[in-house]
Design a protein around this ligand. Structure first.
Ligand code: ZN
Length: 259
């Protein structure tokens, strides 16, 4: 039986509340942006962050190795996408959803209760309501324009699309017509020149690692089956056996030949 709208809203509210509770476990105040989401997550949660080349369609995965929980993030994605995917995988971990494979479509699948909850969790973890309200409240000009979207995106180091959605879910902008116009401006490619005009640059954190420095493996992930696979020391079949997955899934996820 599919959910009713009030049930959906309640589940989203619970996911947001869980994200605020998770943020309170970190050292970063609830009304501040995260200086480096990778560092914060590894310091505060039982989750190792691996950024590595993955198969074309895959954005990230949450998996459990023996004695190690891992969020694996696609190195092909831009830093703003990597941050949101990482917060989404933390959502699966924190909300107890169990291992997940996220491709671009599942990350947007609001009809799947777990995916929708992980997205709400991610938005609230990266940009908690008090931080959004504080940031908007301290701006000289908080008119609901593309400039506000870009400033918010830059403050929380997220994409213009994610910032526009956050302005809606945080109820900073409620006018549907205005939200539609902002969507059109983003689709039309107007965010990039806006960032340039405002001299807004992305923050230099671990999600900005260039592909030449990937895979990024934290110390606790070294020696694991995943690290051995990424270094070519074990086969996809051996990795699949180690994480209780199928070889097909490994091949799709990591884009390698199993032979
Ligand atoms: Zn997911």
């Amino acid at each position: 039986m599919s959910e009713t709208e009030p049930q959906r809203e309640r589940r989203r509210a619970l996911a947001s509340a869980a994200a605020r509770e998770a943020r309170e476990q970190t050292e970063v105040a609830l009304d501040q942006p995260l200086p480096c989401i990778v560092t914060t997550i590894e310091q505060s949660f039982d989750l190792a962050v691996v950024i590595a080349p993955l198969g074309d369609g895959l954005a990230g995965m949450y998996t459990k190795l023996p004695n190690l929980n891992v969020a694996l993030i696609a190195g092909k994605d831009a830093a703003v996408r990597r941050r949101f995917t990482l917060a989404h995988e933390l959502g699966h971990h924190y909300l107890g959803h169990g291992p997940r494979w996220d491709d671009t479509a599942s990350l947007k699948d609001e009809s799947d209760p777990d995916e929708s909850a992980a997205n709400r969790f991610a938005a609230e973890f990266i940009a908690p309501q008090p931080a959004v309200e504080r940031f908007v409240g301290e701006l000289d000009d908080s008119a609901p324009t593309l400039e506000l979207v870009c400033r918010l995106a830059n403050h929380f180091a997220i994409s213009p699309q994610a910032a526009r959605i956050r302005l809606e879910t945080a109820e900073v902008i409620t006018d549907r017509r205005l939200l539609g116009r902002l969507d059109s401006e983003i689709i039309d490619g107007q965010a990039k020149p806006c960032f340039e005009r405002l001299k807004l640059e992305d923050r230099d954190d671990l999600c900005r690692l260039p592909s030449a420095l990937l895979p990024r493996l934290p110390a606790e992930a070294r020696g694991s089956a995943l690290a051995d696979f990424l270094d070519g020391r074990i086969s996809a079949a051996e990795l699949a056996a180690a994480i209780g997955s199928s070889i097909d899934q490994i091949e799709v996820a990591l884009g390698r030949s199993v032979v």
